[in-house]
Design a protein around this ligand. Structure first.
Ligand SMILES: Cc1cc2nc3c(=O)[nH]c(=O)nc-3n(C[C@H](O)[C@H](O)[C@H](O)COP(=O)(O)O)c2cc1C
Ligand code: SF4
Length: 414
């Protein structure tokens, strides 16, 4: 079931070093890319159907074409390497095992959108990863893949690594821009969207690490070759981080569209210790949970997740066995999002704190049936009434646990 496109070099020793990466094909697309018109590169990416791998699944080529035409301002690219969503650990593989694949992707994107300055915003906790990444960037400069004349072509690209300081919210694209500008990492109201008013008020494209790292294959082999993998509307492959109660947790590259039960069984070795499956978190902690019964008809693509009223998210799948206490899981979940709230919206800052108090009260044996209803009411009153969707990233999954495992909350109350 596994495929090797993004992960092709992951098992090769020292593939993070330029010399080794080059032997295995790094930067070989550049001649072809520079022989194309920028618009042709954008069309190729559009035709590939590549959807943003940061969580929302917005088509990458379409986003690029939102940049205003006839610009009199510079265009920036920000590569989102914040990767702080609980259960998500795919981008770090790219950063440490094949950083040159991402740098090649940056060059392709910059050429397509007419950008000369890229910022890589990397999660503050990624201390060893940032060293590998910076070394790869330095090597790319020395070899002439970055700098004044990229690969000998009349095109400049400079890449700056910007380290976060440990705030989850800085993965939200506009908070990320504020943080790069040296301000407090708080999301901006949208519109205007960053493609029009972004970094330093200039048009800016923000793409996830994996989205950018998918570009060398697409430009080398062509959109059709990419679409061989996946489904019609969810093309290509994805790095799935499977964790939790499975025999073989790990990071697996799979084509989109595979049946979830088969993946959990055949790829991740099934539920550990011979226990029964209780539920699955399909794409990072912010995605609504699926019950053991529901997953029987789920395939790993954007459409199937939407049909099952959840989201594909970051591809971080968490398997929960029958021993999991859902109420304590929800406490942990709300604690995280409340702690990470930037505080500028009252429903998020106060509401999530209120929800946490109620769940703690329920766990402490002091809760009532009304408290369970109050939790649902709070979810309704918080969601989509805030500047960014961090609050919804908490209330959407919480509502799903309340709907699907209400009896566990009632057991505490009773
Ligand atoms: C609270 C919050 C945290 C986010 N964290 C990340 C992150 O760590 N990495 C990421 O790529 N996108 C993250 N996103 C999504 C980004 O805002 C943005 O949609 C994404 O980087 C766009 O890239 P893509 O189109 O390539 O997916 C986050 C969004 C929110 C609301
Ligand atoms: S929803 Fe929360 S994290 Fe997002 S801007 Fe408002 S307070 Fe900040």
């Amino acid at each position: 079931m596994e495929v090797k496109i993004l992960s092709a070099k992951f098992d090769i020793e020292d593939a993070h070093l330029l010399e080794v990466a080059k032997k295995h094909g790094a930067y070989k697309t550049l001649d072809k890319v520079f022989s194309m018109e920028p618009g042709q590169v954008i069309d190729e990416v559009k035709n590939s159907g590549l959807r943003g791998r940061g969580g929302a699944g917005f088509p990458a080529g379409v986003k690029w074409s939102f940049l205003p035409k006839d610009l009199d301002k510079p265009v920036y690219l920000a590569v989102n390497s914040d990767e702080s969503e609980p259960a998500t650990f795919k981008d770090r593989y790219i950063l440490v095992k094949d950083p040159h694949m991402m740098i090649e992707g940056i060059i392709i994107c910059c050429y397509a959108i007419g950008c000369h300055d890229t910022y890589i915003y990397i999660r503050g906790e990624y201390t060893s990863q940032v060293k590998v990444l910076q070394r790869a960037i330095d090597e790319a400069y020395e070899a002439g893949y970055l700098g004044e004349k990229v690969d000998g072509h009349d095109f400049r690209i400079d890449v700056t690594v910007h380290r976060g300081a440990g705030a989850y919210v800085c993965g939200e694209e506009t908070a990320l821009l504020e943080s790069i500008e040296g301000k407090k990492g708080q999301p901006r109201s949208k519109p205007p969207f960053p493609a029009v008013v972004g970094l330093y008020d200039c048009p800016t494209i923000i793409n996830n690490v994996q989205s950018i790292a998918s570009l060398p294959f697409i430009l080398d082999q062509g959109a059709e070759a990419y679409k061989v993998y996946g489904t019609e509307r969810s093309s290509g492959t994805h790095l799935f981080g499977i964790s939790g109660h499975v025999e073989k947790p790990g990071m697996y590259e799979l084509p989109l569209g595979l049946p979830m039960p088969e993946v959990l069984e055949k790829v991740a070795g099934g539920v550990w210790k011979g226990r029964k499956l209780k539920a699955v978190i399909p794409g990072g902690s912010s995605t609504p949970v699926l019950t053991a019964e529901e997953i029987k008809t789920v395939t790993l693509d954007y459409e199937s997740m939407a049909e099952h009223k959840t989201m594909f998210g970051s591809g971080g799948i968490v398997v929960l066995d029958e021993t999991v206490d859902v109420v304590k899981l929800v406490e942990n979940l709300i604690y995280f999002y409340h702690h990470e709230s930037c505080g500028q919206c009252t429903p998020c800052r106060e509401g999530l704190g209120w929800m946490l108090k109620i769940v703690k009260k329920i766990i402490g044996g002091e809760g009532t049936a009304e408290d369970i209803d109050l939790l649902v009411e709070l979810c309704d009153n918080i969601e989509m009434k805030t500047v960014c969707v961090l609050s919804a990233a908490c209330t959407m999954p919480v509502r799903s646990y309340l709907n699907k495992f209400r009896e566990e909350f009632e057991a505490y109350v009773n």
